[in-house]
Design a protein around this ligand. Sequence first.
Ligand SMILES: Nc1ncnc2c1ncn2[C@@H]1O[C@H](COP(=O)(O)OP(=O)(O)OP(=O)(O)O)[C@@H](O)[C@H]1O
Length: 209
Amino acid sequence: MIKNWKHDIENRRDKARNYLISGENTVEIRDDEVQIEVIATEIRTSSFKAQTTAVPPVTITTTISFPTKMDIIKQFTLNSQQKYSFMIVTRHLDGSADNQLLMCVPGCGGTGKFQLIRAITKYFQLTKRGKMLRKLAPTSIAAAEIDGLTIHSFLGKSHKNSKKKQKRTFGPDDMKLENEWRHVKYLIIDEISIIGLSLLACFNRGVWV
Ligand SMILES: Nc1ncnc2c1ncn2[C@@H]1O[C@H](COP(=O)(O)OP(=O)(O)OP(=O)(O)O)[C@@H](O)[C@H]1O
């Protein structure tokens, strides 16, 4: 009796093993018995294992490579003081700060203010924000050097010795002025030390309109 029972058990076990090896998910033991369903998925034994084996979905993104600030700092061989000034401006530009950046970079002739302006201009241009920057200077030579405008030409003022005396008037409906300055967010004034107070006041009125 025991021998038969043992033999029956072994038969069933072999049958079950063979079905599992052959890859079938359902093992039929006997017509009158309940079917055993083999679940193919792995049963989680540890939450830690589940966490570590979870592979995050891979997404493909295309990156636009902008020149880094360090590239420009290297290109213009900015010294530490020029570098700090450059970083202040470019961080303000890249940040979401709503506050106005008022910055004065003093220095004797030949200390590298123009070199700094060149580096800042390059950053605006390479990041496709050149329209946001306007450069002004009091004299035509200084303006030409920085590739900017003279304050007089911005104000539409003729020089004292000019025959044609005209004065630009500013008003809320000055569309030409508005279009000129629509995209301008940053203004660099070179050689500010030689700008007289009256011209500065006139300029101030112009930009506030
Ligand atoms: N970091 C730098 N690396 C290489 N050259 C530099 C650097 N800074 C300044 N120079 C050079 O030094 C010279 C004087 O610099 P720059 O014209 O920028 O001075 P500045 O302060 O604008 O002078 P100024 O007030 O007389 O216009 C230039 O020939 C410039 O190329």
